[in-house]
Design a protein around this ligand. Sequence first.
Ligand SMILES: Cc1cc2nc3c(=O)[nH]c(=O)nc-3n(C[C@H](O)[C@H](O)[C@H](O)COP(=O)(O)OP(=O)(O)OC[C@H]3O[C@@H](n4cnc5c(N)ncnc54)[C@H](O)[C@@H]3O)c2cc1C
Length: 450
Amino acid sequence: MKIIVCVKVINGELNPFDESALECALRLSDDVTVVSMSPLSAKPELERLTRLGARVIMISDALYAGSDTLATSYILSETIKKLDFDLILCGRQSIDGDTAQVGPMLSQMFGIPVITNAMSVSADGGKISVSTRSGKEQAQCPALVTVERGYVLRFPSIFSRQSEIVPLSNADIGCDAAKCGLAGSPTRVIKTFENNRGRRGCKFISRSELYPLIEKLKKENKRSETRVQSDKKLKEVWVVGNEVLDAAHAIAEHAVLIEKTTPEAIAKRAKLEKPEVILWNADPWGRKNAPIAAAILNTGLCADCTELETDGKELFMIRPARGGRVTAKIKCLTRPRMATVRTKTQSAEIIVAAGRGAKDVLDKVENFREEIGAEFGTSRGLVDDGKASYERQIGLTGKFVCPKIYIAIGISGAVHHTCGIEGSGTVIAINPDKNARIFDYADYGIAEEF
Ligand SMILES: Cc1cc2nc3c(=O)[nH]c(=O)nc-3n(C[C@H](O)[C@H](O)[C@H](O)COP(=O)(O)OP(=O)(O)OC[C@H]3O[C@@H](n4cnc5c(N)ncnc54)[C@H](O)[C@@H]3O)c2cc1C
């Protein structure tokens, strides 16, 4: 079986999801080709992969700089067209952008089936069987699979030799320049800024005040957050599924509810009726199917928007950027403009969320959670460390929650996390670092170890 693995090198290191995809490929076949669109600085990391027995193709050209997900998928597809393959594997997402768009877009460009978020993959006679968190799926090859962080990439054998990587530029690949780099990228960052949304005035309290405070808050009926309404509105937007209706009403006079059928059917209707905007819920279904529709419609898609704004003409899509240090305001130059939007999950009355700082006291957190009758939540820090499951992750790429009381234990308060707790009635943070960002987003703080 001939397998292509698409990988991204971020700050000199292989994206962890792509490491997992590569290990999955090496277990399935000894005919593995790694394809990476990377700056020249990625070369040493890519060369390392040749010691695992993979052939490595590095795509690099000044023309490709500034490519968004649509342009990246196009460049990768033009490269892979020159190769023979049965299966393409991608990591579920890259840890810098976290859009999870390239895999589904690439599958659309080849017109092959895609299965996302694979925990494990097996192959038998031209057919693949994939286990995902929601069950088992099968597909006939050629197919594309995006892989979770379920596999640990092997170390090279001490007898292995490093071989040359194959460098390709646009002279070899022959992409249409208008579809590459900034010119071929329909999404544009207009500005980045510090976002104070969700900030609360923190009152520091002592440990002994915690239980009486929880009892008092339980009796109150405080849940906050409604979407910010734009003064001027767009005439009409499409929403795929009713979860995003409130986001649509915040920016448009009228919302057309589109049934969740297939991305092909939705794109076909959009080609005929030419909507200005299509909004999708940023749940696993939307994250898989919106990129496919975007690739069919050849339009820009902004992932995981936390807010939408309009001046009555333009649509501004807002999401954290640069590792969460800033918020980016993004617009889309093509039509329809598309976004996946974060929506709130119905939450328990109380959530106790543990972060990386609580990793050694998880038993204690669990007892506390049970004692006050709360649900368990977590930060990505703890998920990344393998101490909590992704289903429990709260934040930009997890769930957006709205409990009466949110108690964050050992969480630093990165914007990716705090944007997911803005809907909480009262936030209590426990962290020994009094300067931790989480306290700016809490109503009450206990500056102590848990
Ligand atoms: C595109 C993208 C999307 C992301 N999506 C998410 C997301 O959905 N959700 C999410 O959470 N993150 C997300 N992240 C990651 C996010 O930026 C942070 O890295 C992550 O939230 C950090 O987790 P943490 O607060 O548990 O760990 P850390 O940042 O390591 O913080 C641990 C904290 O614990 C405190 N501590 C230490 N010891 C104790 C103790 N004994 N008791 C109490 N406190 C203690 C420390 O002072 C520290 O503040 C995303 C990142 C990117 C780039």
